[in-house]
Design a protein around this ligand. Structure first.
Ligand code: HAM
Length: 424
């Protein structure tokens, strides 16, 4: 039998890669506009980074890591998320010595050994941002605003940004006590996972998707109800700033995140049509993580957005990721050897000028070349047939408007440049 890809992984074929590229380009542009810079970290790290960083009681560390030993008997793990690696790189490369905060972003594959289901993969891609070195509420607001804008820029409908505050260790201790007092008497009714969480991390019981567990937690004390004065002020200020920036949000006092490092602000962007896997983006503040992995005390705030999940929503809502380069695409269609030489000359000159241009490489008929041009989303088709060569001109067809123009061969590049320049 032929070898097949591993369950929960995907081949992204040339036909399907275009929306990925547009999305990645839009993300990079937006990050640039917001003053974030890209960071690239290895896809594998020491296992201890995730055990200490993400937390021993998180699902990720408990059961979802791809961990293996290398020849030197070191325990290594394929990164299940990007926050701990970015913090490791921040410490190792002494980025804390540079002007703060460091506003960083990444796009790349993550690996979790999950039960593959719809929109739950074993290799998936995240766009994430991490702001390190500033604990002001305005950082939280900016990060949430950026996450919301990525989705908004594509015109996605039906999304909700939910925010909550998980408090600091002091208010969390009070919450834990009150929550345990509420949950313990109902212990037998909870699912096995929740019963085990009761000891280790009772807050996660609020997050269980099991309907019976959800029923039993109705009316449970929320983190919000036990916030200390400082955490309360921080959360209030984040909300004021979000309103100032006109970011729509809803406070969800039951929102708890699945990773252990969060403090204070936590948020998710959710979409209902994805069923139970409805979070396309999640993040929050993690003010102790850098210190936890051996760095100087450094506050942090960030999020990660699941690229597969966003692309699925775009597809479901029939939104074609748009890109101006597509509108500028030129195809030169030529018939015969001499015309092909001219076509190659034109395509080369356009490419040197940074204008995306393509031509047939296999001597196909003009009709077939124009069919391909149409399929590729060409804006201008430059047609060079035998008649045109004799008259020293080309026919330029505006594929969007359906108009056709006869242009002198020597003026063709200038004509296209002018049109594209006017259009922008
Ligand atoms: P997370 O909530 O575990 O957070 O993941 C963020 C997003 O990644 C999810 O909302 C989802 O869209 C996507 N995702 C997660 N697991 C899968 C999967 N198995 N298949 C497809 N998509 C998935 C984090 O990873 C944190 N590091 C976020 C963060 C950054 N917090 C602060 N900074």
């Amino acid at each position: 039998m032929s070898i097949q890809r591993i369950k929960g992984t995907q081949d992204i074929l040339p036909d399907a890669v275009w929306p990925w590229q547009v999305l990645e380009k839009e993300i990079r542009r937006l990050c640039w506009d917001y003053g974030y810079h890209e960071i690239r970290t290895p896809v594998f790290e020491s296992t201890s980074l995730f055990v200490r960083g993400v937390g021993a009681t998180s699902d990720i560390v408990e059961k979802e890591m791809y961990t293996f030993e290398d020849e030197g008997k070191r325990s290594l793990t394929l990164r299940p998320e990007g926050t701990a690696p970015v913090c490791r790189a921040y410490v190792e490369n002494k980025l804390y010595g540079l002007p703060q905060p460091q506003k960083l972003y990444y796009i790349g594959p993550m690996f979790r050994s999950e039960n593959p289901q719809s929109m739950r993969f074993r290799q998936f891609h995240q766009f994430g941002v991490e702001v390190l070195g500033a604990d002001e509420p305005i950082v939280d607001a900016e990060v949430i605003q950026l996450a919301a804008q990525v989705c908004q820029n594509f015109g996605v409908k039906g999304l909700e940004t939910q925010i909550n505050s998980l408090g600091c260790p002091e208010c969390r201790a009070v919450h834990r006590e009150q929550l345990l007092a509420f949950l313990e008497p109902k212990r037998v009714g909870f699912c096995e996972l929740c019963r085990s969480r009761l000891e280790r991390n009772p807050m996660r019981v609020l997050d269980c998707k099991n309907p019976e567990c959800q029923r039993l937690t109705q009316g449970a004390p929320t983190t919000f109800s036990t916030l200390c004065g400082d955490c309360h002020d921080h959360f209030d200020r984040v909300q004021d700033l979000l309103q100032l920036a006109r970011v729509d949000y809803k406070v969800n006092p039951r929102l708890v995140r699945g990773l252990d490092y969060y403090r204070k602000t936590a948020f998710e962007i959710v979409e209902t049509s994805l069923g139970s896997q409805n979070a396309i983006c999640g993040g929050g503040r993690y003010d102790a993580l850098v210190e936890e992995i051996g760095g100087p005390p450094t506050p942090g705030m960030g999020f990660a957005l699941g690229i597969e999940r966003l692309l699925k929503i775009l597809q479901d809502q029939q939104i074609e990721p748009d890109d101006t380069r597509a509108a500028q695409f030129v195809t030169v269609a030529a018939l015969g050897q001499r015309a092909q030489d001219e076509a190659f000359r034109i395509v080369s000159r356009l490419r040197r000028k940074g204008i995306p241009a393509n031509m047939d490489l296999m001597g196909r008929s003009l009709k077939s070349q124009l069919r391909t041009a149409n399929r590729d989303g060409t804006r201008y088709a430059v047609i060079i047939g035998e008649d045109e060569l004799v008259k020293n001109l080309v026919v330029i067809r505006d594929m969007t408007e359906g108009e056709q123009f006869e242009v002198a061969l020597e003026d063709s590049i200038l004509w296209i440049e002018k049109r594209l320049f006017e259009a922008n």
